[in-house]
Design a protein around this ligand. Structure first.
Ligand code: C2O
Ligand code: CU
Length: 478
């Protein structure tokens, strides 16, 4: 009898967990108002995400066409892989614009069967330009095209990637760098180089190369290396041969960064660090831990090949680096809404699949929270990692200020992130101003974790979406 009841309960849990073939991001989730006023979303005078566009009129300052297609790519002599690419290359073309530019990017899907979108990771674009299949647009199927238009209002290092079946598509190569330079840049002879770390089946690449790369740089040249981690796992960068500063994190300049040396830089999945230094008389090496891939900046063509070296001064800690500076809110601010995001594990079914799944606040996808905010709110999140795994948490459309880690307030430069690398059993408090209406994904950037259910949303009151997730419309953002 008991067994029968148990079987009945399991059967029902299985049945209930199956996702319909088409569903709205709005219909699911356990709605959480974070102690703020609770209105039903979309019940009166709502706005649809497809109205929340960038400027539709006006001549773009920068225009690019990104063609998604399969291509053979050579990562090192004799090391060729079948990649999914933008314009036949991995990473895709680097987009470099100036702050304030109107950007127009047209995505053309040539032959990626799942469909493709482009998400501008860390660029706080209007919601309709955010590139999430099934939430802000439909996936762009083979033979179709889609145009994104937005003003590049921030400045710094960002990246772009497909947000359709992203756990597979990003890994296969559908990503690239997106750099926004200051409007007026002093005309100096400087080296400004983007370096994306990515694991391919053929090895770990820096940029488009696996193995050692050399580049001649005159001593005295100001250098900025824009480090990007496009993997689902953390990467440790070792920069040896010179003191350097961490000038920016996730596209936000740090205040008063001091020179450091021999420190390892751990970049969580999706993170960016800009490091700066003046080219010394000797060679400088950038190594990726656990690989033989490296970038060597040499001051003299006769410089010997560097051998892999590890910086032994421990790990760089952003929570106490640089000088404090006034922030628009902080630990003592009254927040309009305070949310808990507690990551755990739980036995259950997701879409009929039984497993020990990721859970948020005790609930499995798609019952993971729908965090409701109103425009203008000051919002605080407490992120608790109740698992031993690393979860690089990424909120779309906003940058969050890190207030504390493991109960200790941050003490250095204001530390703003869009992707926070939460290590096993860590706890963070972060805060942001709800100033970009829409429905925004908030998920783990270990994209396999996201596709295994570590996905939720922050939604503004009154915003609705006409797009649908699921097999019917073929929209699978994770
Ligand atoms: Cu870089 Cu939702 O992603
Ligand atoms: Cu995760």
């Amino acid at each position: 009898m008991l067994l029968l009841a148990l079987a009945g309960w399991v059967g029902k849990a299985w049945w209930d967990s199956r996702l319909p073939s088409s569903y709205s991001a709005m219909q699911f989730g356990s709605t959480d108002f974070g102690g703020g006023p609770a209105h039903d979303h979309g019940d009166h005078g709502g706005v649809s995400v497809d109205q929340l566009t960038g400027p539709r009129a006006g001549k773009p300052d920068y225009r690019i066409t990104l063609v998604a297609r399969k291509a053979e790519v050579e990562l090192a002599p004799g090391r060729t892989i079948e990649a999914w690419t933008f314009n036949g290359q991995v990473p895709g073309p680097e987009i470099r614009v100036h702050q304030g530019d109107l950007v127009e990017a047209t995505l053309v899907n040539e032959d990626i069967d799942d469909g493709v979108t482009i998400h501008w990771h860390g660029v706080d674009v209007p919601n309709a330009e955010d590139g999430v299949a099934g939430v802000t647009q439909d996936a762009v199927m083979p033979g179709e095209r889609y145009t994104y238009r937005f003003r590049a209002e921030q400045r710094g290092t960002f990246w772009y990637h497909s947000h359709q079946v992203s756990s597979r598509q990003v890994r296969r190569g559908l990503y690239g760098a997106f750099v926004i330079e200051p409007r007026h840049q002093p005309r100096r002879r400087a080296l400004d180089l983007t370096v994306i770390a990515h694991d391919f089946s053929g090895g770990t690449a820096l940029g488009s190369h696996v193995g050692q790369q050399r580049r001649l740089v005159a001593p005295g040249t100001p250098v900025r290396l824009r480090l990007v981690n496009s993997n689902s796992f953390g990467e440790r960068f070792h920069l040896v041969g010179t003191p350097f500063r961490v000038a920016a994190i996730d596209g936000t300049d740090l205040n008063g960064p001091t020179p450091i040396e021999y420190k390892t830089l751990l970049l969580g999945a999706g993170a960016r660090y800009d490091v700066t230094f003046v080219m010394p008389q000797y060679s400088v090496g950038l190594f990726l831990e656990g690989t033989t891939t490296a970038l060597q900046l040499i001051s003299d063509p006769d410089d010997p090949q560097l051998h892999v070296e590890e910086a032994e001064g421990g790990e760089f800690d952003p929570s106490g680096y640089g000088r404090p500076k006034a922030t628009p809110f902080g630990a003592t601010t009254h927040f309009d809404r305070s949310f808990l995001l507690k990551i755990g594990k739980k036995v259950g079914f997701i879409n009929g699949r039984p497993r020990y799944h990721w859970a948020v606040n005790g609930k499995l996808f798609p019952e993971t929270p729908m965090y409701m905010v109103s425009r203008g709110d000051l919002v605080k999140f407490k992120i608790v990692n109740d698992t031993g795994s690393v979860h690089p948490m990424h909120l779309h459309g906003h940058h969050v200020l890190v207030l504390s880690r493991n109960g200790k307030p941050t003490t250095g430069s204001p530390w703003w992130v869009d992707t926070l690398n939460v290590l096993g059993d860590e706890e963070y408090e972060v805060a942001f101003r709800a100033d970009n209406p829409g429905i925004w994904m908030d998920h783990c950037h270990n994209l396999q974790h996201a596709s295994d259910g570590l996905t939720m949303h922050v939604a503004y009151e009154g915003v609705t979406t006409p797009f649908r997730l699921g097999a019917g419309p073929d929209n699978h953002p994770e």
